[in-house]
Design a protein around this ligand. Sequence first.
Ligand code: CIR
Length: 251
Amino acid sequence: MQLTHALVRRPTSNFAAGLTTANLGSPDYTLALAQHQAYCTALRQAGLQVIEWEGDAQYPDSCFVEDTVVLTPHMAIITRPGAASRRGETLAIANYFAAFRQIVHIEAPGTLDGGDVLQVGHTFFIGLSERTNEAGARQLAELVQREGFHTRLVPVHGVLHLKTGLTAIDTRHFVGTSWFAEQLPDLEVFVPPQEEWYAANSLPINDWLLVPSGFPSVRNFVTRLGKKTIEVPMSEFQKMDGGLTCLSLRW
Ligand code: CIR
């Protein structure tokens, strides 16, 4: 599927007050803004029209826009984020997509973060994580099955979200942590050295793969597969448990 658009939200000045378990120190706001601009430039280089919103300072994690909605050809499935502090982020997103998608909601007691949803061709992999519970995952599965998609539930371990630790380079090749390689033995998962697991969250867009700067074995692997890569500096988002996929919605 050819992607044409991305929606991003800039980090707010209280970005450092967001949720994190990373223990990498507090992010530098000026640097985070510069890295966000580099990210938008990379999305444009990959051919997308980028819609840039301000963040919402009521929600210091609002730049991680991916967690708020799952897009299918006909639906915008508004999530119910697992972290209560993030639930209000979905309202602006629902209002926006109401103009061109059917709006449906993940309902309580279900919780679901978009970071736990990986679409590969006609299959949706749905992570069961600390943010996405079984009720949320099953609601999503039922919704996307109505549009003809297959679904697979995958337990998440050692990382925040499914996509934190698993990327589909194309429909056959994946990069992931050893946990996901074990959970999905039927897939071809390249497991980089552990110090490069942050790059298991890379972002395929059309013919391109955006990869975080500084992880050579992942970049070399995908280059050997014939993918063009764009490196994006991500250190300040990594400090807040965020990766390349989290920072945008693509369609
Ligand atoms: C959070 O903990 O919710 C944010 N600080 C990071 C969210 C990252 N989102 C993602 O992986 N999809």
